[in-house]
Design a protein around this ligand. Structure first.
Ligand SMILES: NC(=O)c1ccc[n+]([C@@H]2O[C@H](COP(=O)([O-])OP(=O)(O)OC[C@H]3O[C@@H](n4cnc5c(N)ncnc54)[C@H](OP(=O)(O)O)[C@@H]3O)[C@@H](O)[C@H]2O)c1
Length: 292
């Protein structure tokens, strides 16, 4: 049975860790606060509760077969000590985060030959208390189609999470960024839930961010078709007026925002390809200025 360390037992860490326990694996949560059990709720279903092992110091772990990094993108440097303690030559590191730079983000903190598995996460989940989460709609993790990716998928057999491998993770990751870049920035900056998309001019801002995201994503090799922007806008407009997203929740809670991984990335990668991104360039300092 593979031993698995989940670093960052927040919304995603708890949901994914619970799925791994359900699948029969030996899981240790590595976090900043202890909790006795992990409990996963979904509307209309019986909650799944599992006893857990949680450690709050990297001195209490040894390298494992798998480490799953589930901290927010900007929290990776603060998790460096966990990564040092969790990884030896046999360890595979899965990075479960938004954005398109999973590898670049962790490489400075792990030994050179570490096998890194970037994971695109489609699992809308909210943490309601330490160890306790509520998820809805979809629980899908997508990884690359190499051997480590396939091994990652196997970990989730017999669990409520579906993990699947693709030969085109670049496209999957940029499509996810097309959701995250406009949705996160607009809700965080306005301090309003999805109802703000019905206000004059807001869909135009969203479309402008999307156009930049699609242009840069295509230059990075993502296959983003011409209809994607309309489909993404329709999806935004279908969302309930009171729905939020994680950048909105972080803004409301006064926490640091993931703007670097979701918005600045469009500017940075656009500059590499000579693609102008004036809308992202205007939004990024505003988002950065919201940081506590
Ligand atoms: N939630 C979603 O619906 C969702 C969906 C798709 C993708 N994602 C992405 O998944 C990633 C994780 O998001 P999330 O929503 O799970 O975030 P989250 O709920 O804020 O969880 C992050 C966890 O990491 C912990 N942490 C932070 N720094 C740490 C450190 N140095 N050492 C140990 N633990 C540390 C936090 O501890 P504290 O509890 O002490 O803060 C928290 O438990 C993000 O990239 C996000 O964009 C999220």
């Amino acid at each position: 049975m593979p031993q698995i360390l989940v670093i960052g037992p927040g919304a995603i860490g708890c949901a994914v860790g619970a799925a791994l326990i359900e699948a029969g694996h030996d899981v240790i949560f590595c976090g900043r606060q202890p909790f006795a059990r992990v409990c996963v709720h979904k509307a209309g279903e019986i909650a799944k509760t599992f006893p857990t092992r949680v450690v709050t110091s990297e001195r209490d772990i040894a390298p494992a077969d798998w480490a799953l990094l589930c901290v927010k993108a900007h929290q990776v440097p603060s998790a460096a000590a966990w990564l040092r303690a969790a990884i030896d030559p046999r360890t595979k590191l899965a990075v479960l985060q938004n954005g398109v730079e999973h590898r670049e983000r962790v490489e400075p903190f792990v030994p050179e030959n570490t096998v890194i598995v970037p994971v695109v996460v489609e699992l809308p989940v909210k943490r309601t208390a330490p160890g306790e989460v509520v998820w809805h709609r979809i629980a899908l993790l997508t990884v690359g189609g190499d051997l480590a990716g396939k091994e990652f998928c196997e970990l989730f057999t017999n669990s409520f999470v579906t993990a699947s491998a693709t030969d085109d993770l670049v496209t999957v990751a940029w499509k996810k960024l097309c959701l995250n870049a406009p949705g996160g920035a607009i809700l965080a900056l306005t301090g309003q839930p999805m109802r703000v998309f019905r206000k004059p001019g807001i869909p135009d801002v969203a479309r402008a961010i999307l156009r930049e995201c699609v242009a840069v994503g295509r230059a990075e090799g993502a296959k983003l078709d011409d209809g994607l922007i309309d489909r993404q806008m329709e999806a935004f407009m279908r969302q309930g007026p009171d729905e939020g997203n994680s950048m909105y929740a972080d803004r409301m809670a006064g926490r640091e925002l993931e703007w670097e991984a979701r918005n600045a990335v469009i500017m940075r990668k656009g500059a590499l390809h000579g693609i102008p991104t004036p809308v992202s360039a205007a939004l990024v300092p505003l988002l950065a200025a919201l940081s506590p």
